[in-house]
Design a protein around this ligand. Structure first.
Ligand code: ZN
Length: 80
């Protein structure tokens, strides 16, 4: 089974949200992302919203670094 994820960093938003969600099934992920969009982004649960979430899904796990440019990397190691 392929892990799926959505990453808010890929989606331009007013809040600059950096949350990434992942799940083992598309349905789980859709529900989680939908709840997140409603609670955090003030979206409404519509077929259109769910369609957009599905379009933003990727296989695998969220990358540690956002795809878009962030602050320059200093090479420092962050403790876990
Ligand atoms: Zn978000």
């Amino acid at each position: 089974m392929t892990r799926k994820y959505v990453d808010c960093r890929e989606i331009p938003s007013k809040s600059g949200c950096t949350v990434a969600l992942s799940a083992d099934s598309e349905e789980e992920l859709l529900e989680a992302a939908c709840q997140h969009a409603i609670a955090v982004h003030g979206e409404t649960d519509t077929p259109e919203l769910r369609r957009m979430i599905r379009q933003g899904m990727h296989d695998g796990t969220p990358p540690l670094e956002a795809g878009q440019s962030r602050q320059e990397r200093t090479g420092e190691q962050r403790p876990h």
